[in-house]
Design a protein around this ligand. Structure first.
Ligand SMILES: C[S@@+](CC[C@H](N)C(=O)[O-])C[C@H]1O[C@@H](n2cnc3c(N)ncnc32)[C@H](O)[C@@H]1O
Length: 273
């Protein structure tokens, strides 16, 4: 079956409200993803002097971490507001504004790395075939992607609470670009194999994610980011108020957790050329 070619929808999305919100909340999102980052860094093991491409680098949190270890990092992203934040934070890192699926790379990198930046390609077969051209012979790839949303407590619980109160949502197919597009490992393996990668491994990581300092803080945060924010985008004021009440009810069993945490379910995927 032919796949769509254009990432225009994602480019618009990450340059709109979503990108602006990520740029503003960069500190808190980095804190929320810190446990996952630490595991991902261990798996990727960037070495001093290596050249690393951080795909969908966003506000640069992982690029900065990798550079601290002595590697030369290039971050690539389509989001102007997120790249502006990244450039403010790190002047020793080169950040490129470009679509990683189509950018004209030369084979300069030892490691392709990504924290949740590779699930948004309209045509992942073509995107990974293109990304492969950025790797030196024998180079490697390591990225984190989400497992199925139902395995992700931080998504399943709020989505189930909010859904009855908001307008009907467009039904995303499991392969449509979005945070959960790489939940199915059979698909991931097929895409990477097609692109010419070898020795593909994936291991599950169950991580604790800090959603806020308190219950109230987490309720605000979850409405601003990720799948719940998309569900609320077209909701009326009354629907939003009902959704907030439902979220509070659903989060109550976790209220004693300070800071407020929920579990995330991730794949750490690695491969080599
Ligand atoms: C969920 S955010 C993750 C950001 C960052 N890696 C982090 O962990 O903080 C996904 C990122 O992928 C970027 N992205 C999506 N499609 C892209 C593409 N085709 N090329 C480059 N970046 C892309 C978005 O702009 C966004 O910054």
């Amino acid at each position: 079956m032919s796949q769509p070619q254009s990432n225009a929808d994602q480019i618009a999305f990450w340059n709109g409200d979503a990108g602006a919100k990520w740029a503003k909340a960069q500190d808190r999102l980095d804190a929320m993803l810190s446990e996952i980052s630490a595991e991902l860094m261990r798996a990727a093991a960037p070495q001093p002097g290596e050249h690393v491409l951080d795909i969908g680098c966003g506000c640069g949190g992982t690029s900065i971490e990798i550079a601290k270890g002595g590697a030369h990092v290039t971050g690539i992203d389509i989001s102007q507001p997120m790249l502006a934040r990244a450039r403010q934070r790190a002047t020793n890192i080169s950040f490129i504004e470009a679509d990683a699926a189509t950018h004209n790379f030369s084979p300069a990198f030892d490691l392709l790395f990504s924290r949740f930046g590779v699930m948004f390609f309209a045509n992942p077969d073509a995107a990974f075939a293109n990304l492969r051209t950025a790797l030196k012979p024998g180079g490697r790839l390591t990225f984190a992607c989400w497992r199925d949303w139902r395995e992700n407590e931080w998504v399943r619980i709020p989505i189930s609470a909010v859904r009855p109160h908001v307008p009907p949502q467009p039904q995303l197919g499991p392969e449509d670009p979005g945070p959960f597009a790489f939940a199915d490992l059979t698909r991931v393996r097929r895409i990477l194999t097609y692109a010419g990668f070898d020795r593909i491994t994936a291991r599950p990581l169950d991580a604790v994610m800090r959603l806020g300092n308190s219950l109230d803080d987490a309720i605000t945060h979850i409405q601003d980011f990720g799948p719940v924010s998309r569900m609320l985008a077209d909701a009326s004021t009354a629907e939003k108020a009902a959704a907030t009440t439902a979220l509070r009810e659903a989060f109550k069993p976790f209220a004693a957790r300070t800071p407020f945490t929920m579990d995330g379910a991730v794949w750490i995927v690695s491969a080599t050329l």
